[in-house]
Design a protein around this ligand. Structure first.
Ligand code: SF4
Ligand code: SF4
Length: 685
């Protein structure tokens, strides 16, 4: 059956159409399942989205952040190049005289063949490394609950790709030899690996060569078509899901949660309790997962033994979606109920069976999973959406949060301290309230910690001193200030959050405020990225940004040296959520005599202190150890005198971590404002 000759060409054409038809049908079914999700608008900023595809899919920028990602880089590009070559191979199957060189010219075709040879060789090496990692090194992050099935799937994929390449080299080698003896046939010598392989067949007769060529050609094309059919059922589903997922990725800050429409009177339920209540984009996320495990490899909950692994969450959701989605579609139309115990899958409850309660409440919303996911999967929103359901529909949440919620409702702070005393921390300090003078440049939004917590009040006082020192015009709200509601939102109490947000926006806007300074990254992120959903359109700055600017402008001058060794902890909500990495370092470097070391997990890899996502107010009883203990240990390995922070939550978590080790006297925790205030020239006007 010589390729491209009658009747082989008819046979190939029919197989080609059947395989592609089956593939398209499967993709269409996946699309229909995805469309079971709720509406969400992700069609804005098309240019920026396309740019993201170029950078993150074709440039593989996030993938190659890690050395192991280079293997994937070569496999990806090998795939692209092989696919381009496959078009010619398929063309030959229809008409034996089809050849690229007739259209592209010999020069370009030679280059293409050379690239194919090189990438095929690189793919073989990369697959070898992948096999070694999966079956010999076996890193934790590649492990699954159903390990056998996952390994089997990976083995099939790797075997198919290897076979595909070997058969391609075989076809090329025999084709090269045939081209030598047939005038009008051309094969580029530049494809030196294929040409090199031809020595294996050089003793064969022309007839044998043609037989071997047919064998390799049919083998190669059938493996490609088989692969095409297998993709949607395998872990390589991400080949279909990743590109659209990168295109429809969240633009801007990762820090803004979606606003729930609580006024929708037709809504029967709030939050997410079934897979189809996620949005279509959240379902697309599940198709895109490459199962690389980078999310779990950076998750503080996973790394401290909590019952949460973002990778496994996505994996389980995907499996659940595929079975339940088929069932829901079958129920919509006249199709038969699919086999595979659909009723069992229906009986499975999303919150409880697929995602366990402990899993949902273990997330600190630190954003490490989202930051490190090469295909921009948004894990946090899924956890929060399920928390929303638990809180709003079932009043189900960790018992210790009950009081905190009541305190927010009655006194607008988590401790339940009298709301009228909110501004008392500033008594005796040179600070005005907006009620006294609203003609100021900045509102200093102090937040609950900075207003009520004894330790955090010192940070507020230091900030007041620095702003006064630099001559900044500012005021506070004092007793009028309210909690921003950030933590209530992350716990899932969207109703309470929205009530707080509306109230606070009204108060702030009544003074015509344009610019806000905060010392808490949680309040900062919330006011900056979430309050626009409620009409709060201000310029919001974290105090590290302001201090770096004042130092740069010469309005603050550090003079008194500090002969200490400092490590700095990047707060999740400041760094990963808002990319404020350089400003705190500028502040640190401005302090004379202060020696600074970066932690291994710093900047976008920073390890959470354990307080985010409402975890500050929950007991931490699960896992091998507490998250703040793990982070404190990471800091202490560098033997610092000071752990520098930029967040009142982090201050508490590190101080607790040091106390647990009886090290609170040897190592101190300071907010950068507290360090700076010690070193400025007190005489400067
Ligand atoms: S947000 Fe942080 S704690 Fe939550 S799953 Fe992601 S990495 Fe883990
Ligand atoms: S969610 Fe993202 S980081 Fe996690 S395993 Fe999937 S692709 Fe990798």
């Amino acid at each position: 059956m010589q390729p491209g000759h009658f009747p082989a060409n008819i046979l190939f054409f029919l197989i080609f159409i059947a395989a592609n038809g089956f593939f398209l049908f499967t993709v269409y079914r996946l699309y229909r399942i995805m469309r079971l999700g709720q509406p969400e608008d992700r069609f804005d900023h098309i240019g920026e989205r396309l740019e993201g595809v170029a950078t993150f899919v074709f440039g593989q920028r996030r993938v190659i952040r890690e050395p192991s990602g280079w293997g994937h880089f070569f496999i990806f590009w090998g795939f692209v190049i092989i696919t381009i070559g496959s078009i010619e191979t398929f063309g030959v199957g229809i008409y034996h005289g089809f050849a690229y060189w007739k259209f592209l010219g010999k020069g370009l075709t030679s280059l293409l063949y050379l690239l194919q040879d090189l990438f095929c060789a690189a793919v073989i090496v990369a697959l070898g490394v992948a096999l070694y990692r999966r079956f010999v090194v076996r890193p934790e992050r590649l492990k699954y609950e159903d390990q056998k099935a996952v390994n089997q799937d990976a083995s099939i994929i790797i075997a198919l790709i290897l076979l595909l390449i070997v058969l391609l080299f075989g076809a090329r080698a025999t084709e090269y030899l045939l081209a030598q003896g047939e005038p009008g046939r051309y094969f580029p010598r530049l494809a030196f690996i294929s040409v090199g392989c031809s020595y294996l067949f050089s003793a064969l007769t022309a007839e044998s060569l043609r037989a071997w060529y047919s064998f390799f050609w049919w083998g190669h094309t059938m493996v490609i078509l088989g692969f095409l059919i297998y993709i949607p059922f395998s872990k390589h589903l991400h080949l279909l899901g990743a590109i659209p997922n990168v295109f429809f990725r969240r633009l801007g800050s990762v820090g803004a949660l979606r606003k729930m429409d609580l006024e929708d009177e037709t809504a029967e339920t709030y939050g997410v309790s079934t897979i189809e209540e996620f949005t279509w984009k959240q379902l697309l996320d599940l198709y895109a997962c490459t199962e690389c495990g980078r999310c779990s490899d950076n998750c503080p909950a996973t790394l401290t033994g909590k019952p949460l692994s973002p990778k496994l969450t996505i994996h389980r959701l995907k499996e659940h979606l595929q079975v339940k989605g088929k069932m829901l579609i079958a129920q919509q139309g006249s199709a038969e109920i699919p086999a595979g115990n659909p009723e069992d899958e229906k009986a499975k409850v999303l919150i409880g069976d697929i995602c366990r309660h402990d899993e949902l409440w273990s997330c600190t919303t630190c954003g490490n999973c989202v930051e490190h996911c090469p295909v921009f999967i948004e894990h946090i929103d899924k956890y929060v959406d399920m928390r929303r359901y638990l809180v709003l529909m079932e009043s189900s949440f960790p018992a210790e949060v009950q009081n905190v919620m009541r305190n927010w409702e009655t006194n607008s702070n988590p401790w339940g301290l009298g709301f009228a005393t909110r501004g008392d921390w500033a008594k005796g300090l040179a600070v005005k309230t907006l009620a006294e003078d609203s003609h100021v440049e900045y509102l200093f939004y102090v937040g609950c910690g900075g207003s009520f917590d004894e330790r955090a009040k010192k940070i507020s006082s230091a900030m007041v001193a620095l702003l006064n020192e630099a001559g900044v015009s500012f005021a506070i709200l004092g007793a009028e200030e309210k909690c921003c509601g950030e933590t209530a939102r992350r716990i899932g109490n969207e109703y309470l959050f929205q009530t707080m947000a509306v109230e606070l926006v009204e108060i702030i806007n009544s003074y015509g405020v344009k610019k806000i300074i905060t010392t808490c990254p949680h309040g900062y992120n919330c006011l900056k990225n979430e309050y626009p959903q409620f009409g709060g359109e201000w310029e919001v700055y974290h105090h590290n940004e302001v201090l770096a600017q004042l130092l740069g402008d010469g309005l603050l001058q550090t003079k008194l040296p500090l002969d200490k060794h400092l490590v700095f902890h990047d707060s999740c909500y400041l760094g990963r959520y808002n990319s404020v990495y350089d400003q705190p370092r500028k502040v640190i470097k401005s302090i004379p005599g202060l020696r600074f070391s970066e932690m291994d997990r710093s900047r976008n890899k920073s390890f959470c202190c354990g307080a985010g996502g409402g975890r500050m107010w929950m007991e931490e009883t699960l896992g091998d150890r507490k998250i703040n203990d793990a982070r404190t240990e990471q800091a202490l390995t560098l033997k610092p005198d000071i752990i520098g922070v930029s967040c009142p939550f982090c201050t508490t978590m590190f101080e607790d971590g040091l106390k647990e080790r009886n090290m609170e006297e040897q190592v101190r925790v300071y907010d950068l404002a507290e360090l700076l205030v010690r070193t400025i020239n007190p005489g400067k006007k």
